[in-house]
Structures are given as structure tokens and as C-alpha cells.
Design a protein around this ligand. Structure first.
Ligand code: SF4
Ligand code: SF4
Length: 353
């Protein structure tokens, strides 16, 4: 069933949905942006049509509604603990196709990693239903088409927003009652078919090439350029790393709560071990780790698409204007250089390619 709702009718439907769901969507937070007098758009609970920011991509991803930047795991006293309570109400999450794909990827990491299931992620994720927001083409940092995340059918409804209201295609019958009496129309969601930005990740299936790429001087550029601020990973739709922190309630250090807090592989000390040893001590080392994780390691482990969904939020947030697309292009050039060097070495040694 398809519907065409005016803004007032959309408010009515959202009110009805809010009785049974926590409705989350991109929302504007005035004057909370990075620079003075700028806003930020991030996910939060919405109650009416005008709360939803649909004209522009949110600064932060939909993952914040499922795996918030910090959450309490359990409360402890001296000799006992109690698990935190998760949400009980189902969540209706308005998200673009790239953000829905990002949740497929996050679920693999949190819930399908070596047979371990992350209880805190799963208990929220199991409550989520998606309302796919038709994307009008994104902006000049998007490259979803290159990453194959521009289309999805994984949603309970598809929605096209406009200043007048919203068109809805229902995919799940359970939502029919919320739209009863609303004007019907004919609507088929459209998907982005081309982005200005395009990227073709290099083939790193040859172990020799992969190892040589890890040592390539291209990563050294980031030693002076990347400030290791971690903004790119906080804004990333698919990053999942976290650390834990105990918050104590008073003088007694044994009474408080343990929280998990988003962490960043780009920040110095992320991988510090006993004896102050760090596996990736320079910004270049950390950049190599992040980029290879997004464009090789995840795919090698889970055998599906790359981890990056091409949302472009890391490009948008980086204060040093470091573009993941440009970095992948440099990686492709480095791979070509390595392959040519290998061919020359083989020819010199009289080995047939
Ligand atoms: S690496 Fe950048 S473009 Fe890719 S999913 Fe993360 S934020 Fe989006
Ligand atoms: S946002 Fe930019 S400067 Fe900050 S850690 Fe990421 S790449 Fe480095």
C-alpha cells in the first residue's frame, strides 16, 4: 500500500506510531555544531514531521540509535552487580540505504563475530524496524554506488519526504493500522544511481601485494597530516570499537556503574599494552589500520562486501580534510606500483609471470 500524506497527516501518523514505537530520525540541534553558530544534525527521538531533517545527510550516523556513544552496561556495589535495563519499546528508525547497510555490517561484527554475540547491541537491534528514507542523491562526499549500498529492501516502509509531506510505501502489513484513512497514491521508492565521487578499491587478494602495501611509504604522509583526533571514526556509520569506563558515585570506589564508551583506533594509545607498548604508534600506522580494515580486512573475515558503506561522513568531519576516497585512490596507485615492481623483479630473475 502507498500513501501521500500532508505534513499534518504525517504528524498524525507519527503520533500514532509514537504510541507503540520510539521513533528515531535525523534531527537538528541548533548551535551545537563544530563552529560557532552552526547546527548539528544527528539521530534522536522525533515526535512530529517538522522534527525530521530529510533535506541533508545527518552529520552523525543512524548507528547512534542502536549503539549510542556511551551506555551503561551494569551497576555495581561492593559485592554484587545488576545489569542495566535495555529499552523495551520497539524502535522505528528512519535511515537512508547506506545507514541500513551499515547496520547489516554492525550486526555481523557485534552479533556474528567468532560465535560471540554482543548482548548489549543485540537487545536493541532486535527491537529496530527501518523506515527507509529515499535519498535525493546525498552530497559531494557520498560514494554509496561504488560501495553497493545505494539500494536496500531491508525495511518495513519506504518514505519520500518533501516540504509538503511524505509519500510512503508500506512493506510490512503490521503497519497498516497506523495509516488507516490516509490518502492512497502510487509511489515506488527511487534509489541513487550515480554519485559525483567514485572509488574502486584495489584487489588485495595477493598476500605479497597486501604485505608490501602495509609497508608502503604512502602511509607516512598521515604522520604530519592526521591529528589523531578520532572524529572520522565517531562519525563513521560502521565503526564499532569501544572502551569501558567506571563511573563512581561517591567516595566509595566500589559503588558505581560501568559504561562502554566509543573509542577510536585513530587516537594515540588505543592499542597500548602493558609496558606502554603500542602496535601502531604513528598516525600513519593508525590510518593504514583503519583504511585496510574498511577496504580489505572486514571483507576477508566475513566474506561479503567491504565494511565502508560510502556515507562520506568521515570526509565531512575531518578537520584536516583527509578524504577516504583519495586515500583509497592512493592505495590503488601504490598497489599498481608494487605489482609493477614485482613484475620487474620476476623478469630480472627470469621467472614467467
Ligand atoms: S569509512 Fe567513512 S565513508 Fe566509509 S562508512 Fe565510515 S564514515 Fe562512511
Ligand atoms: S578526523 Fe581526520 S585528522 Fe582526525 S583522526 Fe580522522 S583522519 Fe585524522
Amino acid at each position: 500500500m502507498e500513501y501521500a500524506l500532508s505534513a499534518a497527516q504525517a504528524d498524525e501518523v507519527l503520533r500514532a506510531l509514537s504510541r507503540d514505537f520510539t521513533v528515531c530520525a535525523p534531527k537538528r540541534f541548533p548551535k551545537a555544531g563544530r563552529y560557532s553558530d552552526t547546527d548539528i544534525v544527528r539521530y534522536d527521538r522525533v515526535e512530529k514531521f517538522s522534527d525530521i531533517v530529510w533535506e541533508t545527510k545527518s552529520d552523525y550516523p543512524a548507528k547512534e540509535a542502536v549503539s549510542p556513544i556511551q551506555q551503561t552496561l551494569f551497576y555495581f556495589t561492593e559485592d554484587e552487580f545488576r545489569e542495566s535495563k535495555g529499552p523495551k519499546k520497539p524502535i522505528l528508525l528512519f535511515a537512508r540505504p547506506c545507514d541500513i547497510h551499515a547496520q547489516r555490517i554492525q550486526a555481523k561484527i557485534y552479533a556474528g563475530n567468532g560465535g560471540f554475540e554482543d548482548f548489549y547491541y543485540t537487545r536493541v537491534r532486535n527491537l529496530v524496524k527501518f523506515a527507509m528514507m529515499e535519498c535525493g542523491g546525498g552530497d559531494d562526499t557520498c560514494f554509496c554506488v561504488s560501495m553497493g549500498t545505494n539500494r536496500t529492501e531491508d525495511c518495513s516502509m519506504a518514505v519520500k519526504f518533501s516540504a509538503e509531506g511524505m509519500q510512503v510505501q508500506l512493506k510490512e502489513e503490521a503497519f497498516l493500522p497506523y495509516f488507516q484513512g490516509m490518502p492512497e497514491t502510487s509511489y515506488t521508492p527511487a534509489f541513487v544511481e550515480e554519485n559525483v565521487l567514485k572509488v574502486e578499491p584495489p584487489d588485495l587478494s595477493d598476500e605479497g601485494v597486501y604485505q608490501a602495501l602495509k609497508k608502503h611509504p604512502m602511509w607516512k604522509e598521515f604522520d604530519s597530516r592526521c591529528t589523531s583526533c578520532g572524529s572520522c571514526t565517531v562519525a563513521c556509520s560502521t565503526c564499532t570499537c569501544f572502551t569501558t569506563r567506571d563511573v563512581l558515585y561517591g567516595d566509595n570506589a566500589e559503588v558505581g556503574e560501568r559504561r562502554r564508551v566509543a573509542a577510536s583506533c585513530q587516537v594515540a594509545g588505543f592499542d597500548q599494552m602493558a609496558g606502554q607498548r603500542e602496535l601502531r604508534p604513528t598516525p600513519g600506522d593508525r590510518m593504514r589500520y583503519k583504511v585496510l580494515h574498511k577496504f580489505h580486512d572486514y571483507k576477508a573475515r566475513f566474506g561479503e562486501s567491504h565494511m565502508c558503506v560510502g556515507c562520506g561522513r568521515c570526509i565531512h568531519r575531518c578537520p584536516e580534510f583527509i578524504s577516504i576516497v583519495e586515500t583509497v585512490r592512493k592505495m590503488s596507485a601504490a598497489v599498481q606500483e608494487i605489482q609493477e615492481e614485482q613484475s620487474r623483479a620476476q623478469a630480472g630473475a627470469g621467472v614467467q609471470p
